[in-house]
Design a protein around this ligand. Structure first.
Ligand code: NAG
Ligand code: NAG
Ligand code: NAG
Length: 715
């Protein structure tokens, strides 16, 4: 066993010896240049440790040419580097042609010298700033790849800067704060360009002609800017294009039928603009098209029948336009790869096309907000990968039939059926076996008659159940409190009677959070309480039973639902006092108990609800002093009106002197054990405002599968 290792030791020795002539190959002047770069940079994690060896060619991130030991590459991406780029470090690195400092924390301006001689410059994802494309500098003739994306660069792009970049292949300035027009002239100086990415900046105005000079262009992105006017006409000449993304701008006018000549096109994203006219009639010529996103524009007319010839389509989103016509005449059978289709928020008529059932890959179908009639086609039972179906706001019939068909879609997670049936009986699915993956079920606004059906108890994964605006009578079943996943229950506006079951105070998903690990995205986003959601996890948790005929007192067990955001009990016949235990609803943001027969005082313990931003006990029979402090100082008089025996500053009604002395003592005793109000408020502010920012319908983060118009869509 020893013998083979001895020769290999000599081989090793030979290698070590033979490599020794290269040890000091690094040129002193290049070594000093690199050290001057290092001097301004620190790395929080692990230092570069460059001084450890005299040969700079051995340093981390440095590559030298084998012929003469000159530094050719400096590549230190994602290395935790912090600092500024020293202006002259590159001047003596005469043979450096590849510089990659992507994903670090470099800040400040980029010295003009950096542009000399490089072929590849990747400074993406840093915090570099300043005006970079000025006329007094120029792109070096050598440059092929320039990636400045994800920084804070500003100013406009001067076309003089671009005049020399004749070898440029990739140009990416996305996600900065550039202004002014898009430099279409870049294509006359750089005819070899293959990718151009201007997206997520503040470019504005009309796109001037010139793009067609880039005859090899494959990717053209300029989404999320303020561009206007027509889609540049000469773009349609670029036969090499595989991707066009001009989403979230103010482009207007028609989509030219010449788009159908760009035969390599795989991705066409023109959504969230002001485009008008029809979908180009010859679009079916785009045999390679995989993604067509035209939603949220002003497109009108019918969908050209040729569209269903695009047999590679995976995503087809045309919601929120002015499209019309009989959808049932479209033959979807050729779209075997189709995964998501959204025809919602248009004026389509006719029945749901049975040919959709032949699209075996379908995971998401949205036809909501149209004028569709008829029934859910029986063949839909065969859509085994369907996860998301929304047909809300149509004129369908036979809700029982619909559920019997759809329960066979084993992967169905989201089912929106609100306002699409009218005046039928609440289906009684005695033998229901399916829907075992259902997480959202909405059947609101259908005027369904009957009781809350027992089959709902079988839906063990349902998180959101909306049966509001129906004609449901009888009592609220106690088994609802056993539904393991339920955290949004909306029974508003029915004829429910009896008490609010104390069992609802045991809803597990409102007590401890076991769904927080489920961060998966929905196949299509949806609106809920006028905010857009892409994940179920973010939904505000709520219990809404307002506008019914409920009686009795509010069970104190409800106070255990500490994850609840909204509690709506308004306009019922609840009596008795408000349980002090409601102070356990520590995440509550909205509490509406108005329009009942509640009596007694408003429990002072409710001051502990630091996130409460909307509160009403109006029109009850409450008395005594309105609590002071905490969020109570922010509620208007209308929160308390209609209670003649309530008193307090906000109602301009003084409280009797003796009672206020007692309560102020009580207040002190309580507040000593409280979180200081300042902190609670501060935390509350962030907890409430962050979701609003991220899930606003116009949030820039919502790139795919695209935005939904806020007013026109809900579940
Ligand atoms: C620095 O490099 C030397 C030589 O390669 C090595 O022995 C030493 O462990 C390194 N130090 C750190 C902190 O990485
Ligand atoms: C820079 O390095 C990152 C990380 O290795 C890599 O993903 C990226 O492609 C590199 N940039 C260029 C232009 O090669
Ligand atoms: C431009 O850079 C961004 C951020 O690094 C990246 O997501 C995008 O894919 C790049 N664009 C192109 C066309 O490669």
């Amino acid at each position: 066993m020893l013998s083979p290792t001895i020769p290999s030791f000599f081989v090793f020795l030979f290698l070590v010896l033979s490599s020794s002539p290269n040890v000091f190959c690094c040129h002193q002047i290049e070594r000093d240049s690199l050290l001057s770069f290092d001097r301004y940079i620190s790395s929080a994690a692990t230092p570069l440790n460059w001084s450890s060896s005299a040969d700079c060619c051995e340093w981390e991130g440095v590559t030298c040419r084998s012929s003469d030991g000159r530094v050719s590459h400096l590549s230190l991406p994602s290395r935790g580097l912090r600092g500024t780029i020293f202006p002259t470090f590159i001047l003596n690195l005469t043979f450096l042609y590849h510089l990659n400092l992507s994903r670090n924390q470099l800040f400040g301006p980029v010295p003009g010298s950096v542009f000399s001689r490089l072929r590849t410059l990747d400074l993406s994802y840093n915090r570099l700033s300043g005006l970079i494309f000025q006329a007094n500098r120029a792109l070096p003739i050598s440059i092929r790849t320039l990636d400045l994306s994800g920084n804070l660069f500003s100013g406009s792009i001067d076309s003089l800067f671009l005049r020399l970049g004749s070898h440029l292949v990739q140009f990416n300035v996305s996600n900065n704060i550039f202004t002014g027009p898009i430099p279409s002239s870049i294509c006359s100086g750089s005819p070899l360009l293959e990718t151009l990415d201007f997206s997520m900046n503040k470019f504005s105005g009309v796109v001037a002609p010139g793009i067609s000079g880039c005859s090899r262009l494959q990717v053209f992105r300029a989404g999320f800017n303020a561009l206007s006017g027509l889609i540049p006409l000469d773009m349609y000449n670029l036969k090499s294009l595989g991707e066009i993304s001009l989403t979230n701008n103010q482009f207007s006018g028609p989509i030219d039928n010449n788009i159908s000549m760009i035969s390599n096109l795989r991705i066409l994203e023109l959504h969230v603009n002001e485009l008008s006219g029809g979908i180009p009639p010859d679009i079916g010529l785009l045999k390679n098209l995989e993604q067509l996103q035209l939603h949220t524009n002003r497109l009108n007319g019918f969908v050209p029948p040729s569209l269903t010839d695009c047999s590679n389509l995976k995503t087809l989103l045309v919601r929120n336009n002015l499209l019309e016509g009989e959808i049932s005449t479209l033959d979807f059978s050729k779209l075997q790869r189709l995964q998501a289709i959204d025809f919602g928020n248009n004026s389509f008529t006719g029945e749901i096309p049975g040919s959709l059932c032949l699209c075996r890959s379908l995971t998401a179908v949205r036809l909501a907000y149209n004028k569709l009639e008829g029934e859910i086609p029986t063949c839909m039972a065969s859509l085994k990968s369907l996860a998301h179906l929304s047909v809300s706001d149509n004129y369908l019939s036979n809700v029982a039939g619909a559920l019997e068909i759809l329960e066979h879609c084993d992967n169905l997670e989201v089912l929106f059926l609100s306002r699409c049936f009218n005046n039928e009986t609440m289906p009684d699915l005695l033998n229901l076996k399916g829907f075992q993956n259902l997480q959202i079920l909405t059947l609101g606004g259908c005027q369904l008659k009957g009781r809350i059906p027992l089959w709902i108890a079988k839906l063990r994964k349902v998180k959101l159940l909306n049966l509001s605006y129906n004609q449901i009578y009888g009592s609220i079943p106690t088994w609802l409190g056993d539904m393991p996943s339920l955290f949004v229950l909306n029974l508003t506006q029915n004829f429910l009677s009896g008490g609010l079951p104390r069992e609802l105070g045991h809803l597990p998903a409102l007590i401890s959070d076991n769904s927080s690990s489920d961060l998966s995205y929905l196949a299509l986003p949806f609106l809920f309480d006028s905010l857009q959601y892409n994940r179920l996890f973010n939904l505000p948790r709520g219990l809404k039973v307002g506008n019914n005929r409920l009686t009795g007192s509010i069970p104190k067990e409800i106070g255990q639902l500490k994850l609840l955001h909204t509690l709506e009990l308004s306009n019922n016949f609840f009596n008795g006092s408000i349980p002090t235990e409601l102070s356990g609803l520590v995440n509550l943001e909205r509490l509406d108990m108005s329009g009942n027969h509640l009596s007694g005082e408003i429990p002072r313990s409710l001051q502990r609800l630091h996130f409460l931003s909307a509160f009403s006990v109006a029109y009850n029979d409450l008395q005594g002093e309105i609590p002071r402090g905490g969020q109570f100082d922010t509620f208007p008089a209308s929160s308390f009106e209609g209670n003649p025996r309530l008193c307090g500053n906000v109602l301009h009604r003084n409280c009797p002197v003796n009672s206020s002395v007692e309560t102020s003592l009580e207040e002190e005793a309580e507040s000593s054990s409280d979180i200081p109000f300042g902190i609670g408020y501060f935390v509350g502010f962030f907890a409430v405002s962050i979701p609003l920012v991220f899930y606003s319908p116009w949030s820039v983060n919502d790139v795919s599968p695209g935005n939904i118009h806020p007013q026109t869509m809900s579940m």
